[in-house]
Structures are given as structure tokens and as C-alpha cells.
Unconditional design. Structure first.
Length: 505
């Protein structure tokens, strides 16, 4: 059974996705149980795969016994296993969280089993993209995850959710088309689609225009999926109008898998040697895009009054950090990028979970309307505060760890000018999160303010109880991990270092 874990990681959620709408006809809660158990199994399998890799080295699983490159290969190394754990854990946390969340945000009970079916397909697509060793299969699984993502966003209550899903559909289709064209050029030149085989055959074609064109197409397609500035404009509305659990899981996993594929293409399919043959300085192009994303994302977040939109623009800036580490092209920078994959998943997952809990209790998304919630929803707001401090990069939190490695990598590369940009972004992050924390902890709730001043208010007071435990527990757990991996960073740092050394060998 152990040797079949790479296949089971995909087969189990795919099969459960097929039967979920059937059992959901009895009662939609059965669908929730099925998805929660399935995502937990995926998380356990991911942990076992990491353990196997640490003992035996890289895993190569041949589907149906066909030897690669003729057959389809599932490949797992430190990088795959690391990303698999991130995706499966956040999918599991999201599944637990969703039971009460969709009561408010998906009111039609007949649509709830459909939600869980699509949710599992989304998770299956992401896990498949990470574990496959075939670049064409990445495209196939990318489309599965994308189609499921469009549908999940469209399940939002507001009409704008449909428009957001449509815009994402258009941009996602363009991105997938670019990616497929690039894969086609690679196959035309090398006659193979296996990632390991491509790495062997490509170097002799590095100076050809066809291979540079393939690289450009693939990178543009992945940049759209990753939502790197200036190709990010589909993201704010998608995260802003989707159900809160969808926003949380997509922000924590979708961009991370797109970043993983970008890393895999740049450093496993191609190699750093390829970039010396390109007509443009690829490193500086990525550096400029990363810096622009970091600054523009932070500035746009500062301008928002809707908290979900603010978190969405914040994600644009955080994606810039991931791309910055990739672009620095040294081990320390790659470590910073890989660590930030985990850190941003935890931070942004906790923030969106907390916002979903607020929506569940109050129906409010405006920053101004969050006044006094620190007393009304102490556990939820404590989790939000921990994640917000981590996003700012306060020492002893995970956000500080990845920013530290990126700053050190910048100095090692002789690009010290990137350090002030990282500091400036942290200051902007502190400013836009302080607006929320000030309202939450230091200002009275609507209704209390009028009582203090001796007059009535037309505003209804916020309900005084916290969210249900099924929402608070995953929210607080993910937030606490922002402290745990900030204080005890050895585990993620050691895995990221091993993955980085393999990528940049």
C-alpha cells in the first residue's frame, strides 16, 4: 500500500468527489463528513510521502507500470512533498471550517453537496499538479482545478460573484492557452513531456528561438494563474465575492501551486544555465515584476474599505515576495520563497477564516463596521491579530522568517536596494492592518458608543458571541501555527533548504 501512496493521493479524493453528490441527497452534512475525512487522509498521505522521501530519496511512481518517459510518472521529492503538505492541510482546515460557513454564504441546501463535490475536484487538481512528473498532465490538472475554482467563486451570494467568476474564467483560459502552447513547443523540439526527460534533452536546444518562445509562453501563462502584477486584476474580485471558505482555501493553496509549477519549470525543466542564452535578462524582469507587485499590492490594500478586498490586494504583494525569492536565483533566496509558500498560506488562511467568522456573525465586511469586535469575538479577533502581526513581519512570527531570508539573499546577490523595499512594504502592511486592529480593539462597538455619550444610535449592536467552534478551531489553529513556525522554524527551513539545494545544484 505504501508504494501506491502517490497514486492514492489523487485517486481517493477523485473517487469521493464522484460519490459526494449521491450521498449528499440523503443530507448535505454527509457530504461534509466525506470531504473532511478525505482531505484528512490526503494530509496524512502527504506527511507519509515526506517521511519516505527523507528516508529513501526521490520517489518515482510509474502509472500502470509503464516506464517513463513513455508512461506517466508521479514524482515526489522534498519540494513536492513540502507543497503537498501545505495544500492538503489547508484543504482539511477549510473542510472543517466550511460546515457552518456555508450555512450563511450558501443558503440553498441543494447546492451544498455540489459545493463539496467541486471543492474536492479543486483539491484533486491542485494535488495532481504538484505530484505529477509530466508537464502535459500539469496542464490537464491545472484545468480541472481552474474549472472547479470558477464554479466555487460563482457560488457566492452576491451577483458580483458571477462577474468575478466570468472574469477569472476568461483570464484563466488565456493563461492555460499560453501554458499549453509552450508545452507544445517543448514537445515539438524534444519529443518528450516527462519533466526529468525534458531536463536532459533541453540543453542542446537552449539557443533556439523555439525553446525561448516555449519558455515565454509557459511563464506568461503561469504568471496569470499566479496573479503576479500586472496580470493580477482577476484576483481581487474573485477573492472578494467568493464564499469566505473559498477565498481562504484559494488564497492559501491556488497561488502556491502556481508558484510551485513556476519554480519547477524554471529550475527543473530548464536550468539557471538557460537564462544566459536568452535575449533578455530574465532575472531582472522577474525582479522588477516582484518589486512592482510588492509595492502596488501594499498600496492598493491601503486604499480598500472592504476587508476581503484588502486581503486580496495584500495577496498580490505577498505573491511578489515569492517571485522575488525565485528571481534572486540563489539558495538563500529560494529558501525564502519556499518558506513564504508555507507562511503566506498560514497567514492568509487565518485572516480569511477570521473574516468569514465575522461575516457569519455580523454580515459585515466593511473595515469601519468592525469596531468593538475584539470584545464580542475575542478568539476570532485574537487569531486575526496574530496573522496580521505575522503579515507585517514582526519577529517571532512566520512572516519575519521568510522576509529575513529574502533580505539576506538580496544582500548576498549584491542587490542591497531590495532590502529598503521589503522594509517599506512591511511598514505599509502595518499601516493597513493597524486600521483594522484599531477598530477591533480600541474603538467601542456600534451601540456602545451612543450609550457612552448619552444618546441613541440608529445602528444595531453587533452580536456578542463568537463564531461556532467548527469555525473558531481551524481559524485559531492556523493562526497559532504562525507563531509555532516563527519560534521553531527549523522544520520548514530545513525542508526548504534541501529543496533549494536540489533545485540550484
Amino acid at each position: 500500500m505504501i508504494k501506491h501512496l502517490p497514486a492514492l493521493l489523487i485517486v481517493i479524493p477523485l473517487l469521493v468527489a464522484i460519490i459526494t453528490p449521491i450521498i449528499g441527497r440523503l443530507h448535505w452534512v454527509l457530504s461534509w463528513y466525506a470531504v473532511t475525512i478525505t482531505t484528512f487522509i490526503s494530509f496524512v498521505i502527504s506527511l507519509l510521502l515526506l517521511q519516505t522521501v527523507s528516508v529513501q530519496g526521490r520517489i518515482s511512481y510509474w502509472m500502470s507500470g509503464w516506464e517513463p518517459p513513455f508512461g506517466i510518472e508521479y514524482s515526489v521529492d522534498y519540494l513536492n512533498a513540502y507543497v503537498l503538505i501545505i495544500v492538503s492541510f489547508m484543504a482539511f482546515a477549510g473542510a472543517i471550517y466550511s460546515r457552518k460557513n456555508i450555512d450563511v454564504e450558501i443558503e440553498d441546501e441543494t447546492r451544498k453537496p455540489l459545493f463539496y463535490t467541486i471543492y474536492l475536484l479543486f483539491v484533486t487538481g491542485l494535488l495532481g499538479m504538484v505530484v505529477t512528473g509530466d508537464i502535459f498532465n500539469i496542464y490537464v490538472l491545472l484545468e480541472i482545478a481552474s474549472l472547479a475554482g470558477y464554479a466555487l467563486i460563482a457560488l457566492g451570494k452576491k451577483r458580483q460573484a458571477l462577474v468575478a467568476a466570468y472574469n477569472y474564467l476568461v483570464m484563466g483560459t488565456v493563461g492555460a492557452t499560453f501554458f499549453l502552447l509552450g508545452v507544445g513547443y517543448l514537445y515539438l523540439m524534444t519529443g518528450t513531456l516527462n519533466i526529468a526527460d525534458l531536463a536532459v534533452r533541453l540543453p542542446e536546444f537552449y539557443e533556439t528561438k523555439a525553446i525561448f518562445t516555449a519558455f515565454a509562453f509557459i511563464v506568461v501563462g503561469l504568471s496569470i494563474k499566479l496573479a503576479i502584477f500586472p496580470l493580477h486584476f482577476w484576483l481581487p474580485n474573485s477573492y472578494g465575492y467568493a464564499p469566505s471558505v473559498v477565498s481562504a482555501v484559494m488564497a492559501a493553496t491556488g497561488a502556491k501551486v502556481a508558484a510551485y509549477v513556476l519554480i519547477r519549470v524554471m529550475y527543473s525543466v530548464f536550468t539557471p544555465a538557460f537564462f544566459t542564452h536568452t535575449p533578455f535578462n530574465i532575472q531582472y524582469i522577474f525582479l522588477l515584476l516582484a518589486v512592482a507587485a510588492i509595492l502596488v499590492g501594499s498600496i492598493m490594500a491601503l486604499a480598500q474599505t472592504d476587508i476581503k478586498k484588502m486581503l486580496a490586494y495584500s495577496s498580490v504583494g505577498q505573491i511578489g515576495y515569492i517571485v522575488l525569492g525565485i528571481a534572486l536565483m540563489n539558495v538563500t533566496g529560494m529558501m525564502g520563497s519556499l518558506i513564504h509558500l508555507l507562511n503566506h498560506a498560514l497567514m492568509k488562511g487565518a485572516l480569511f477564516f477570521a473574516v468569514g467568522a465575522v461575516v457569519y456573525r455580523t454580515g459585515l465586511c466593511s473595515i469601519e463596521n468592525l469596531r468593538g469586535l475584539g470584545k464580542k469575538m475575542p478568539w476570532t479577533m485574537a487569531a486575526f491579530t496574530i496573522a496580521a502581526l505575522s503579515m507585517t513581519g514582526i519577529p517571532l512570527t512566520v512572516g519575519f522568517i521568510s522576509k529575513w531570508y529574502l533580505a539576506v539573499a538580496s544582500i548576498e546577490s549584491g542587490m542591497w536596494w531590495l532590502v529598503p523595499i521589503i522594509l517599506l512594504s512591511s511598514i505599509l502592511t502595518a499601516v493597513y492592518f493597524w486600521r483594522i486592529l484599531d477598530n477591533v480593539w480600541l474603538k467601542p462597538a456600534p451601540g456602545e458608543e451612543s450609550h457612552e455619550h448619552g444618546h441613541d444610535s440608529h445602528q444595531k449592536p453587533v452580536k456578542s458571541n463568537d463564531a461556532p467552534l467548527s469555525m473558531v478551531i481551524p481559524t485559531f489553529t492556523v493562526a497559532v501555527l504562525c507563531l509555532v513556525f516563527g519560534l521553531f522554524a527549523y522544520a520548514p527551513v530545513s525542508i526548504a533548504e534541501k529543496a533549494a539545494l536540489i533545485l540550484l545544484k
